[in-house]
Design a protein around this ligand. Structure first.
Ligand code: BEZ
Length: 211
């Protein structure tokens, strides 16, 4: 069954390019991002993993551990990582699950038979410190993901987890945020001491409380 927001991210133990690991143990008390790739030695995936490696420091700053998945084995991953490092001018520095038996792909419903009955699509799962799924995304094999967008979503998830706000369209860290509709304006003005701008009774803006 498809994984929905708020579900506990299914736990698993798997072989990876960095040895055997247990998913929940690997995440510890922090956040996680699990993303799947159709197969090793494919061009779009090669660029994605190179980009992901370059973004690792930004995810770490946000206490997010990265883990990728592809349906090939560890020996294949090791050879492919050499190519990724060479062609993308980086060092892949997070584990890639070797999901030869499709155990994790099936657990996370990453194979969409009407797209391709053996390869995984480009799924993304962001998991919170409570191990619950906070975001799911599905891209087709032909579209590489935007890692700036994934960081932006993490910023929004972490902000809205701690403050009674939501983030508007195209929001970026530091821009004004939307006051949660559940809070009456009078109360919002007490909570958000830097000001509440009421455009409509249901549309109130306030400065990003983390800046
Ligand atoms: C790729 O990663 O380049 C790719 C994989 C499967 C189908 C199409 C593209």
């Amino acid at each position: 069954m498809a994984i929905r927001l708020g579900d506990v991210a299914p736990d698993f133990t798997a072989e990876t390019s960095q040895g055997t690991l247990n998913f929940h143990d690997y995440l510890g008390d922090g956040w996680g991002i699990l993303f799947s790739h159709p197969a090793d030695f494919t061009p779009v995936c090669t660029t994605e993993l190179g980009t992901a490696a370059k973004f690792k420091a930004e995810f770490e700053k946000r206490n997010v551990k990265m883990i990728a998945l592809s349906v090939d084995g560890t020996a294949s991953h090791a050879e492919w990582i050499k190519d990724i490092n060479e062609t993308q001018n980086t060092v892949v520095n997070f584990p890639i699950i070797a999901d030869e038996d499709r155990k994790v792909s099936d657990l996370y419903d990453m194979i969409h038979p009407n797209a391709n009955d053996t390869l995984t699509v480009r799924s993304v799962f962001i998991v919170g410190p409570d191990k619950k799924v906070k975001l799911t995304l599905t891209y087709p094999a032909s579209t590489g993901r935007n890692f700036y967008e994934l960081l932006r979503v993490v910023d929004s998830l972490q902000l809205t987890a701690n403050h009674k706000v939501a983030t508007p369209a195209n929001w970026e860290h530091g821009e004004k945020v939307v006051v949660s509709p559940a809070i009456p304006t009078v109360e919002a003005k007490e909570i958000f001491s830097r000001g509440v701008e009421e455009i409509k009774p249901y549309l109130r803006l306030t400065p990003d409380p983390t800046t």
